[in-house]
Design a protein around this ligand. Sequence first.
Ligand code: SF4
Ligand code: SF4
Length: 143
Amino acid sequence: MNPKDIVKAFFVPKLCNQCDSPPCVQVCPVGATYQTPDGIVLIDRKWCIGCGYCIMSCPYGARFFHPIHKVAEKCTFCFHRLRKGMKTACVDACPFGARLIGNLKDPNDPVTRIVLSQRVAVLKDSFGTKPQVYYLGMDENVR
Ligand code: SF4
Ligand code: SF4
């Protein structure tokens, strides 16, 4: 394709959406994929049998098969960092502050205020997965 033919381009980082109603948890036959009480979806490598059901069920393509460990993998929302009160590595690393992380259960959290007061969107809303990753200013065609 000639670059001149591209009239509009988007950059949309797609990560695990930490769905509130996650199909990957529902399909896991051994309970290796689970949700923490604060809503983060994780995989317990000890229990994963590498069946791949969760990879197929994720509408966001967020999971992959680890070729060496033979288990499913995905973004963990830096759970190990959050537990220490730190931000995720991607939020810290972004030089433009394009990413924010907050506690949506806290009405006074700056991220909660943004979600409640601005036009935010989630990916594939119609799938009913209740994604917990919100995008600001995302074009409707991308969703
Ligand atoms: S984005 Fe995919 S892997 Fe992440 S919680 Fe939702 S269904 Fe599971
Ligand atoms: S690959 Fe692992 S985490 Fe995914 S559904 Fe199978 S056992 Fe569960």
